[in-house]
Design a protein around this ligand. Structure first.
Ligand SMILES: [Zn+2]
Ligand SMILES: [Zn+2]
Length: 288
C-alpha cells in the first residue's frame, strides 16, 4: 500500500547578505527553517553581491557600478557555491541558486553565469527599469522611491510587465521571483492590468517557468502576497507551476506566512509546489 506522498516544504528565496558567507550564518538559517516547518533551504543571493557577477548589469547602472561597490557585499561566487555545496554534502537540506536580475542587453553575460555552475534552479527577477534621463531606476528601493511621484503609475506597471515577460521569454529562468513586485509601495494603476497579466502568465506557461508565490509583499507597504489573487488564478489556470518563498533577508523571516501562501495557492486551484534539484523539477503536495 502506498503511504501519503512525501511532503517537501522548501523556502526557495533566501538572502545571506545581512549576515556573512559563513557556515555559522547558514546553520542559523537551517535551525529557524526546521523550527518553522521548512524542510529545504534554497539560497538565492543577489547577483550584485558577487564581485564577478556585476557583468550582468548595464555599465550605466550607477547604483550597481558605484554605490553598490562601496556598501554592498563583495563576495566571491566560487566561495558561495563551495560553502553551500559543502553543507549539502554533509547532509543538510540545501539548494544552491542566485537571484538574477534580468537586464535587457545583458543576456549573454547572464547565460554565461547560469551555465558556469550546477545550480539547483535559476531565479529570475526584474528590479530595474530604464531611468527617465538614461541610467536605471530600482523601483523597489526605498532610497529611489521618490521617483514614483514623477512617473505615471500605469506606464511604470506596463514597463515592468513587459520587461518581466521578456525576461521569462529568454528561457534562462526556472522560477520568476515576486511576479508583481511592482506594487511594492502600494501604487495602484488606474487601468486594468489584465492584459499584462495574461501575456506574462502565457509566457511563463510557454517557457515552463514556475511562478514564485512570495510572502515578502506581506511585509512591505503593499501588505499582500505576490502575486495578487486574480493574477495568481490566471497563472494557475494556464498550468504554470509555483514555488512558495519568503524572500527572507532576516533569519526570522524564513518560512514567513507559508500557511497563508499555501491557502492562497489552493484557493487559486493549485495543489502542489515545485521542488528543484540540479534544475530538474518534481512536485510536492501542500501540507494537509
Ligand atoms: Zn527580488
Ligand atoms: Zn530576493
Amino acid at each position: 500500500m502506498l503511504g501519503a506522498p512525501l511532503v517537501v516544504r522548501p523556502d526557495y528565496h533566501l538572502h545571506l547578505e545581512r549576515y556573512a558567507l559563513t557556515r555559522d550564518a547558514v546553520l542559523r538559517f537551517v535551525e529557524v527553517a526546521l523550527a518553522a516547518g521548512v524542510t529545504e533551504l534554497g539560497f538565492t543571493e543577489h547577483a550584485h553581491n558577487f564581485v564577478q557577477c556585476r557583468t550582468i548589469y548595464p555599465p550605466d547602472n550607477a547604483w550597481i557600478q558605484t554605490h553598490c561597490g562601496e556598501d554592498r557585499r563583495r563576495w566571491d561566487i566560487d566561495e558561495y557555491v563551495r560553502l553551500l555545496d559543502g553543507l549539502r554534502a554533509e547532509g543538510l537540506p540545501m539548494k544552491v541558486a542566485v537571484e538574477w536580475d534580468y537586464c535587457p542587453g545583458q543576456e549573454r553575460a547572464l547565460a554565461r553565469w547560469i551555465d558556469a555552475y550546477p545550480w539547483d534552479f535559476t531565479l529570475g527577477a526584474v528590479h530595474w527599469l530604464p531611468g527617465r534621463d538614461g541610467g536605471w531606476w530600482g523601483f523597489d528601493m526605498p532610497d529611489m522611491a521618490t521617483e514614483w511621484a514623477a512617473r505615471s503609475v500605469d506606464e511604470v506597471y506596463g514597463a515592468y510587465f513587459e520587461l518581466a515577460t521578456t525576461a521569462v521569454e529568454t528561457r534562462l529562468f526556472d522560477v520568476f521571483a515576486h511576479p508583481d513586485v511592482i506594487k511594492v509601495f502600494g501604487h495602484r494603476p488606474r487601468g486594468s492590468m489584465a492584459g499584462h497579466h495574461a501575456r506574462f502568465a502565457a509566457a511563463m506557461a510557454a517557457t515552463d517557468t514556475a511562478a514564485e508565490i512570495s510572502t515578502a509583499g506581506l511585509r512591505k507597504p503593499v501588505g499582500e502576497l505576490y502575486p495578487d489573487p486574480t493574477f495568481l488564478a490566471e497563472i494557475v489556470r494556464r498550468g504554470v507551476a509555483v514555488t512558495i518563498s519568503s524572500d527572507a533577508h532576516e533569519i526570522a523571516h524564513v518560512g514567513f506566512a507559508f500557511a497563508d501562501a499555501e491557502a492562497a495557492a489552493r484557493a487559486a486551484g493549485c495543489t502542489r509546489r515545485t521542488v528543484f534539484t540540479r534544475r530538474v523539477r518534481s512536485f510536492s503536495p501542500f501540507p494537509a
